[in-house]
Design a protein around this ligand. Structure first.
Ligand SMILES: Nc1nc2c(ncn2[C@@H]2O[C@H](COP(=O)(O)OP(=O)(O)OP(=O)(O)O)[C@@H](O)[C@H]2O)c(=O)[nH]1
Ligand SMILES: [Zn+2]
Length: 203
């Protein structure tokens, strides 16, 4: 499809076109030939890939945690650390990736361990900023089990700062959200020092 819409009236009437048509149009705008062999199936592949990378919009934290909240007599810190994350920055739609560390001190209930990475997926598999993922994960845990406190730290590297723009290859971004007792110096320090232990430092 050629000249699907003039660049100036982006959005107007585009709903009439399939997602694959829109990607085919974009290939042309990138000065490519969408009909050459290697690109023929690309719109279909990109559609699938983008649906996968944004699947978090269709995921519901409450549903994920349902059935995996347990009454346990344990009141020390639980930490799930070094969870790999991949997300897309909402400004450039380029990936950022790294690790998330999540901790909480229960108040009668704990969360099934595998559900913590699943919860992280809900919020990373969207167009995001790192800060928002960090607070959304903390808030979701707070809401689910009302613990004595929650801490979330995310370390990530953003391709929009690496392969374009400022082109800094070594910088990483660290964000944190601390709720309840994690706002107190001692708990925060214990969490951060446990996160640092045995951490290779390589994202
Ligand atoms: N706070 C925050 N900023 C982000 C995140 N991901 C990307 N950004 C920033 O969003 C900003 C967008 O700035 P603009 O000046 O509008 O865009 P730009 O001209 O492409 O900026 P440069 O990247 O500096 O070239 C940039 O500074 C990005 O580094 C994120 O997760 N959190
Ligand atoms: Zn970006």
């Amino acid at each position: 499809m050629q000249n699907l819409a003039p660049e100036t009236d982006a959005g107007a009437g585009l709903a009439a076109y399939s997602t694959q048509d829109l990607y085919r149009e974009l290939l042309g705008r990138f000065h490519e030939d969408p009909n050459r062999d290697g690109l023929l199936s690309t719109p279909k592949r990109v559609e699938r890939a983008m649906a996968d990378l944004t699947r978090g919009y269709d995921m519901n934290p409450t549903e994920i945690l349902r059935g995996a909240l347990f009454d346990v007599d344990y009141d020390e810190m639980v930490i799930v650390k070094d969870v790999e994350i991949y997300s897309l920055c909402e400004h450039h739609m380029l990936p950022f990736f790294g690790r998330a560390h999540v901790a909480y001190i229960p108040n009668g209930k704990v969360i099934g361990l595998s559900k913590i990475p699943r919860l992280i997926e809900v919020f990373t598999r969207r167009l995001q900023v790192q800060e928002r993922i960090t607070t959304q994960v903390a808030d979701a845990i707070q809401e689910a089990i009302n613990p004595r406190g929650v801490g979330v730290v995310i370390e990530a590297r953003h391709l929009c700062m690496m392969m374009r723009g400022i082109e800094k290859q070594q910088s990483s971004t660290v964000t944190s959200a601390m709720l309840g007792v994690f706002r107190e110096q001692q708990t925060r320090s214990e969490f951060l020092s446990l996160v640092r232990q045995h951490h290779s430092g390589n994202l």
